[in-house]
Design a protein around this ligand. Structure first.
Ligand code: 26Q
Length: 756
């Protein structure tokens, strides 16, 4: 049936109105209903093997635009709305963003689902339906405040399936209800599913703040997504969440296996489970439990599961590797405890090294070790990251199982992160090289043919300028900040973490501020833009946000500095803000301490939108640098091997922040945290705590790289002035970004690991 007629039917039925008379909210709902139905009707891709992508987070972002694009209806719908005198963008504003993830790992899972569907592969996501996603960030008194984010509405992408599973917790059972969202594939007529489990009777919204009764598992299990530093009280609930997800998911898998006509002995032939970091790792003992209940011997059950599960590691920060006390597991899922002990015992037979054990002498269960022993693939998420896993962090495991280790460099879906968020740039690309790069992103290199084409280069600058102007309007409307679109937009957007070193960027701002105050103005005005949430219990991260907001205020109130240097921190940075900001960025800040950022994916999105990277040789930056070449990226800082040496005490080489603090330039910048100017707006205690930490500890070595960072950034600012040369850098970055399409990543997962 014709789209127009369908829309008219829906709006008549729901609101008794023709679409022309509906408000944006009603039009959004009608489009949601229509799109959801069309996606839902699509059949699953065919295949003898099926993938289940298990993840505690799916940071999908708004879906209307994405799904219209995948269904091939975006242009048609836009025209239809225009014929009614309406604007699709305004309608899309009505959609709430489901923030079911913290950051990189959750957003990667969403990009992967998009690519799996686009490639026509048979693969579903399995996760949890959190009622409150990541908290909503508000700024008050130059500090972050967290408020609940109730993203759910009566009409959403999720539909009840009527399926439910009983999850046996210690002492009680809980019903897991299954909700599904269709994931339509671009370029085909198939759709996969995102399966999200929920409790049967979720709690009512909390009265105040983001706190709730963490002991009321029955009602609160799916209430909140854990920020990545879950406090002690929440850790037990986190284990309840994980077991709930994997037990229901494992039951779903076995049920579907049977529906597809196979028995439990054939699990590994027809199923693959990708474990997204260790949050879903309990799926291993749970599947073993379920298979033995179906009559398999322990040996066979372990064999089947070990040929079914594959594990992706996303971090080398020791504190982020999950280790759960066995007594937690005894309490949450006592039936898993003997299985985990058995797995530990068998692993010790293979490898007597206690450091490779699953259960350590403190009674902690090392989730990653279980994945490595009982999975058939272990992958890192960028070349450098995988090398560090193999050579350092997981060396003993790599010696044991060299064939299991492989690299899968991350990617992002260019459908969302280029086509949807940057239509002007997409149009320019299409005019240069035609539309085929969509299905074969490697073809973006065809843009290099235009490296000497002045009209294309000029056009590229015009596209960037208008994206900056658009972003300025959006930020003004949201936050009342009026930025200068003619300044350089220097953008650092990512979770706030000391290893990502937003504090180093803040020290750069202080350096520029002091220079301008001393009468030395930069060659070009610079706007340093931040977007970042800090985990609620991460004190130092919150101090860094405070510093940035104080600098923002200080400069906003200083008419001598404002024309040359601005700081803007976007409130409640999320996927939607990323989509507005990324097209507008000139410089992409990727300045983590080398060896600490597993990959990064914002770096890829920014590159694809013509931002030039200013970064350390960390994560996927290394691969970006190789691809674009030295003239099209600004790199600096200590390399990972040196950083790793500085952490080890060998030969008294250990990093000492004081050695770097006591240099004339650095000391002045760090001490500015205690200056009267800052204290006028700042919280003396917070700033002093941050000052003390940077000066005396600086665990992530911001002072080590600071001087080089400042001079390389100054170089970028100077070179920005040669507009034509800069446009060439932009073009090279866009041209080389095809490698970072998640379609490429998923093809590699399929070829090397999944074999769908
Ligand atoms: C752990 C225990 C308890 C509660 C929460 C967590 C938790 C939650 C989220 C631990 C880690 C995360 C998220 C990690 C993450 O986002 N890692 C990022 O993954 C990206 C995709 O691979 C990489 O690009 C980033 O480099 C990496 O930091």
């Amino acid at each position: 049936m014709d789209l127009k007629v369908q829309m008219e039917q829906i709006t008549q039925e729901r609101f008794g109105l023709l679409p022309e008379r509906c408000d944006d909210r009603q039009l959004y709902e009608a489009l949601l209903v229509l799109t959801r139905r069309l996606a839902q009707e699509r059949p699953a891709p065919e295949g003898e093997r099926k993938l289940y992508y298990f993840s505690a987070e799916f940071l999908v972002g708004k879906l209307l635009d994405n799904n219209l694009l995948a269904l091939g209806l975006r242009d048609q719908v836009r025209e239809l709305l225009t014929s009614w005198g309406r604007d699709l963008n305004a309608v899309e504003e009505q959609e709430p963003e489901p923030s079911l993830g913290n950051g990189g790992l959750g957003r990667l899972a969403a990009c992967f689902l998009d690519s799996i569907a686009a490639l026509g592969l048979r693969g579903d996501g399995v996760g949890l339906n959190y009622h409150y996603g990541l908290f909503h960030q508000k700024f008050a008194d130059n500090k972050q405040r967290e408020v609940p984010d109730p993203w759910m509405e009566p009409e959403s992408w999720l539909i009840p399936t009527g399926k439910s599973y009983t999850v046996p917790f210690g002492g009680f059972d809980l019903t897991a209800k299954l909700w599904d969202a269709a994931v339509p594939g671009a370029y085909n007529d198939k759709a996969n599913r995102l399966h999200l489990f929920d409790v049967e009777s979720p709690a009512q919204p909390p009265e105040n703040g983001i706190d709730f009764d963490k002991t009321d598992i029955v009602h609160h299990l799916t209430s909140f997504l854990y920020p990545d530093d879950g406090d002690d009280a929440g850790r037990l609930l986190r284990v309840y969440q994980q077991y709930f997800m994997v037990s229901a998911g494992a039951q779903l898998i076995l049920e579907e296996l049977e529906e597809r006509g196979y028995g439990p002995h054939q699990l590994a032939d027809h199923t693959v489970i990708q474990i997204n970091d260790t949050h879903p790792s309990m799926v291993i003992p749970e599947l073993i439990r379920l298979l033995t209940a179906k009559g398999l011997t322990m040996d066979e059950a372990i064999g089947q599961v070990s040929r079914t599960c594959a594990y992706t590691n996303h971090t080398i920060l020791a504190e982020a590797l999950e280790k759960w006390p066995m007594h937690f597991i005894e309490r949450v899922a006592p039936q898993l405890a003997p299985i985990i002990r058995e797995l530990d015992w068998r692993a010790r037979e293979v490898c007597p090294d206690p450091a490779a054990a699953i259960l350590d002498e403190h009674g902690l269960v090392h989730m990653a070790h279980m994945d490595i022993h009982y999975g058939y693939s272990v992958n890192g998420v960028a070349a450098l990251h995988t090398e560090i896993l193999k050579r350092v962090e997981l060396k003993r495991f790599c010696d044991l199982y060299p064939q299991k280790f492989n690299n899968k460099t991350n990617g992002v879906t260019l459908r969302r992160w280029l086509e949807a968020c940057n239509p002007d740039l997409t149009g320019l690309i299409d005019r240069c090289i035609g539309p085929d790069w969509r299905q074969d992103p490697g073809r973006l290199v065809g843009l290099l043919d235009f490296i000497d084409n002045d009209r294309v280069l000029e056009h590229l600058l015009v596209v960037k300028q208008s994206a900056k102007e658009r972003f300025c309007r959006q930020l003004r409307d949201a936050q009342g900040i009026d930025l200068d679109p003619n300044s350089i937009f220097d953008v650092q957007i990512k979770r706030l973490h000391e290893y990502k070193r937003q504090q180093m960027n803040a020290l750069y701002v202080i350096q520029k501020y002091l220079e301008i105050k001393a009468g030395r103005t930069p060659e070009h005005p610079v706007t340093v833009i931040f977007g970042a949430k800090a985990a609620p219990a991460y004190v130092m991260a919150k101090h860094i946000i405070h510093l940035i907001l104080c600098l923002q205020k200080l400069i906003e109130n200083d008419p001598a500095v404002r024309p040359w240097l601005r700081v803007a921190m976007v409130e409640n940075y999320n996927v939607t803000w990323a989509e507005r900001l990324i097209p507008a960025a000139d410089i992409s800040e990727q300045i983590s301490l080398a060896s600490k950022e597993a990959s990064g994916t914002g770096n890829m999105k920014l590159m694809a939108n013509g931002a030039v990277t200013l970064g350390t040789m960390d994560g996927a930056n290394v691969e970006i640098a190789e691809l674009v070449g030295p003239g099209n990226i600004y790199t600096f800082g200590a390399h990972s091997d040196r950083v790793i040496r500085l952490y080890n005490d060998k030969g008294g080489q250990r990093y000492r922040s004081l050695d770097y603090y006591h240099t004339p330039r650095v000391e002045r910048l760090v001490d500015f945290l205690l200056s009267p100017e800052l204290l006028e707006t700042g919280d003396a205690k917070a700033l002093a705590a941050l000052w003390r930490d940077i000066k005396g500890k600086d665990w992530f070595m911001a002072l080590l790289d600071l001087e080089e960072y400042i001079s390389v950034k100054d170089l970028a600012v100077r070179q920005y002035g040669d507009r034509k040369a800069w446009a060439r850098k932009m073009l090279v970055n866009i041209a080389k970004s095809g490698y970072f399409s998640s379609d490429r990543t998923i093809k590699q997962y399929n070829e090397d690991i999944w074999h769908l």
